[in-house]
Design a protein around this ligand. Sequence first.
Ligand code: GLC
Ligand code: CA
Length: 565
Amino acid sequence: MKQIVLAMCLAGVCIGAFPAFGRTNSRSGDTVAHDWWKHAVFYEIYPRSFADSNGDGIGDLTGITAKLDYLKNLGVDAIWITPCFPSPQVDFGYDVSDYKNIDPLYGTLADFDKLVREAKKRNIRIILDFVVNHTSDQHPWFLDSRSSRTSAHRDWYIWRDGKGPGEPPNNWLSTFGGSAWKFDPATHQYYYHFFYPQQPDLNWRNPAVEKAMFEVTRWWYRRGVSGFRLDAVDTLFEDPRLTDNPILRPGSNAFGDPVEENKYNTKQPEVHEVLRGLRKIANEYNAVLIGETWTADVAELDKYYGEGSNELQLPMDFLFTMVNKLSPAQFRKQIAEVNAASGWPTFVISNHDIARSYDRYGDGAHNDEIAKLMAALYLTLRGTPIMYYGEEIGMETTPPARREDVKDPIGRRGWPKEKGRDGERTPMQWNESENAGFTTGTPWLPVPESYKTHNVAAESKDPSSILEFYKKLLRLRHTNSALLNGKYVAINENDANVLSYLRMNGSGGVVVALNMSSTAQNVALELKAQGFASVKSLLDSGPVTIKKSSVSLPPFGVLIGELTK
Ligand code: GLC
Ligand code: CA
């Protein structure tokens, strides 16, 4: 449900009249030398919840530094840390009040520098989260902006007169509930906020805003950062005429608002100019730009790569996360479409805004097997995966039971229809000790009961655990050239239960067969057409029998095999 709220609202309701792919397909170019971000495995850390070093119940940078060996051993090449900058924490860091510092909750700039140094020793890169659309209402820019109509920063945000007394400038809604306009009695105008009222939108039409924000990225690059995940890029620009959005359903969403198509306040063409500007700077530092790109279809996603890849290297394919059941047909379709896009695919199955994959796909009886199956899927596809902390141990979504326990304001506002995002942000489960080893204090969110069985220490000792499967899979992914560079070729496309595909590199290749059903399956892999005769297991998740090109897979079983002639 949360996914739907986010997909429909963060992105704007995805109805776009975008032309089909107009650019050449670069799939044939996969054998050329790869940029580092094409081979790297990224790992998202929600810093509040990863590791607490000082017992205040909130994770911090020193906590992350202490876990770098764990991440290295797991097979992670880059970590994306969600916002750790000074913030009133209304949206847990996505309301930034100073782009060039670290929130004391998380540590200091010196702690950050140490994290960069220690990560570098282990060849792990640091990616920061750049909240480009809005600041906190406590940012000095906004404090000045709201102070008077003639203040130096007035035009850094979007201020307008109301339509009439008590009437906002237009019908735009905040994706977090209510009007997207807030009246400010001091200057008798409204300011625009796509998210919470404490997150006023920056006015990117003002060149001074662009200059200041571009400079922020340089500042962090010089500090050793290898790229940014750009937050909510769809929302950067609005129609300057403030045209009302079409109302799709007058009924009510989880917040009691009508359902609007975000036609005039998301995905405006000007965003691409900004992305080109940010990319130019990123190129100077060999850095990567990852996008939070909620799109209606792959044609729309494709636009974020830019012309000749001059915008985002890694726009996330959230359409993949919207295949919400184990459907080979639906995954096949989605994978084929994103492989036909003009840039390199980016896969995620969980993040801090959507329910965890463990229970989104789990059937309640085979959740651990299904977690391995999903890992085998998105970690063997042609593209870059972004893991989410805890996915590798099978952490589950644990929403609060009562409204009064909810921390995420959208959960308090939308309860009970929208329970908020606390469920996917619970503390990392390190071991069996109290609070799962996350903190010696009181954790900011309760630790799910599942920590007793699903934790790093216990799973490290169990060769059949989800964690050990991830480690083997990531080792294979880093060393097998077909998995690194091979093109994606779908096979057995009519199979309703097993998703099978090849990754082919020159004369060699790998086959991946994923049984998405709860019964054992025999598959005759269609290898002949590609010039192969048989298969040898490289990694499987259970008792798999192979006879030449025939494979028997247990329920939700996985086979990753080497192809032989
Ligand atoms: C993005 C973030 C989300 C945040 C929102 C506003 O969607 O992923 O967590 O609430 O932007 O910054
Ligand atoms: Ca702490």
